[in-house]
Design a protein around this ligand. Sequence first.
Ligand code: IFM
Length: 460
Amino acid sequence: MPERSARRVFPAGFLWGVATAGHQVEGNNTHSNWWAWEQQGLVKDATRSGRACDYWNRFRTDHDLLQKIGCNVFRLGIEWARIEPERDRFDPEAIAHYRRILEDLQRRGIRVCLTLNHWVVPQWFAAAGSWLAPDALARWEHFLLRVIPEFGDLVDLWITLNEPMVPVLAGYLAGYHPPCRRRPLEAARVFRVLLEAHALAYTCIHNLVAHPANGDGPPRVGFAGAYQWVEPYHDKGPLLPLERVLSRLVARVSFEAWDESVVSGRVQWPWGMGREIPGLAGSVDFIGVNYYMRISTRLDAGTLSNVKSGGYHVPPGVETSEMGWQIYPPGFRLVLHAVRRRFGRPIYITENGCCDSGDRQRRRYILSHLQQLHQALIEGCDIRGYMHWSFTDNFEWREGFAKRFGLVAMDHDDPELRRRPRPSAAMLSEIIAANGLTPEILERYSADIEAGCIAARFAD
Ligand code: IFM
């Protein structure tokens, strides 16, 4: 439960905003592997991304809303499949359109956090073997060399890859994201190739961007990692020691090995045996932290396969979101400290949010997570910004449109795709205006918060 009274002011210049991803909002990303996969009816609610939020055409309306909320940063992505719909054929109109979008943000004084790859790849790239193709990195570099100079002057923060462990685990190990493989050795190869892809993007951006939008020095480049707080399911009893070991293993497999590979420049256990990757060591100017939940490890065969499949163990009495994810704000602070210790670099929160169609839990979620974030700041974590996931309801991958993370609600069957800000958007707007949590804000929302508890779902 958020505390009711303490004032929590954030540093001057702290960035406040929201986050999206190209495929989830733009619509009609027809040349992509995800588009092809959706046509097979594999999305849980049998929807397809289709026109999604039509951000591609309605970006000005959305940017008006960003301004109303008071955002001074916006995280968005570009889609490789749109820019290079066929191998070696770049679409100049798509590039020009992305420039229009970024320029519109710049004109409004909204800083740009741009993701170069958020899991989705062109269908031609997927058909040739995706990240496992012998020339995958050459194709990726070809793309980077074309796009980075186009957008370099408009971007403040570059995200090379979003949650690279998701394609590794969901695409190649658990097999429920395209290309739906269950091959540990392939997963390990993809892990290595994505490290190389990240390092390549880091180097290209630093080599190619002479005048970054941030203006005051070299470009700022990082990746966005999916972090969870992983703990044993039981807090006492004979299973606890083994569950502790399991929780270490899950954290290691899911994000620590990636982080330590980036720090050391060598592919770390269990995904590799220390092979060096040129250009990788220390290839981050900041870390993007995506944090949603706690994972509880329990001693049964399901735990490891559940890690990325959504079927998590939830201890009795722990509140969950509509994704079935444990809402656990203290884990946020703990994750931030762990990331600080590992990298010693500035941190931006590139995603944090709650799947909540009725907007009953979201305000409490935001307040309690911001309190933890602020606590981490006071304790020495260099956190520079917070981007809430997500701006509008959007295409939630294999969950389709059924799962709703938006501060702004959208009915995807509405021909007008009207944007309807939820009450939590108004609350975030007040927080941004105050640059933090004031006792007045906490007091004003305490009734909502408590009313929300009644409707919140509790496990067991
Ligand atoms: O929607 C996703 C996003 O694309 C990546 N991070 C988690 C979000 C919620 O599942």
